[in-house]
Write a protein that binds this ligand. Structure first.
Ligand SMILES: Nc1nc2c(c(=O)[nH]1)N=C([C@H](O)[C@H](O)COP(=O)(O)OP(=O)(O)OP(=O)(O)O)CN2
Ligand SMILES: [Zn+2]
Length: 144
């Protein structure tokens, strides 16, 4: 696993955890302006998910690292992103670009965090698609 320094997420929470993992997935960008990306191809996506909060749960976790990974890895690893219900081939807001994939990962993680009594927040998703291309998604409003 590649280790690297990520741009910090700004927040006022007392605790912050980060989970790194990668998944292999295929995709294509279904628009003629996407050039060669219009053809189905694959990436090893490197992901860093940042979760913050003020309260720990009954196990002393903000949220279990393994659960954060499983939410995304079990859903997307060795899949074609275009086939996932979170993406669309007709709505550009839902094309499986790096930007949309980062936002979708945030939505999945935050949806789970909202079910936890200690209410942690996902404050940043870093998604690297290629050695030279990545996106950071940060929600506009983070509870603090
Ligand atoms: N803003 C975005 N631009 C592009 C996306 C994207 O998701 N968001 N995606 C692609 C392609 O899918 C491609 O996988 C990545 O493109 P690129 O970074 O150009 O890949 P290269 O490895 O060829 O980059 P080099 O640094 O030029 O080797 C395209 N654009
Ligand atoms: Zn691609």
């Amino acid at each position: 696993m590649m280790q690297q320094i990520y741009p910090p997420a700004v927040h006022d929470f007392s605790y912050e955890i980060n989970k790194d993992f990668h998944f292999a997935a295929a995709h294509y960008i279904p628009h003629e302006d996407a050039g060669t990306c219009r053809q189905r191809h694959g990436h090893t996506y490197f992901t860093n998910i940042t979760v913050a909060g003020d309260e720990l749960d009954h196990t002393g976790f903000l949220v279990n690292f393994k659960v954060v990974k499983d939410l995304i890895h079990k859903r997307f690893d060795h899949q074609t992103l275009n086939d996932d219900e979170g993406f669309s081939d007709v709505d550009a807001e839902l094309f499986p670009t790096t930007e949309v994939a980062a936002r979708t990962i945030w939505e999945i993680v935050q949806g789970y965090l909202n079910t936890l009594p200690n209410k942690p927040a996902c404050v940043q998703v870093y998604l690297r698609e290629t050695p030279t291309s990545y996106c950071i998604y940060r929600p506009k409003e983070v509870r603090s």
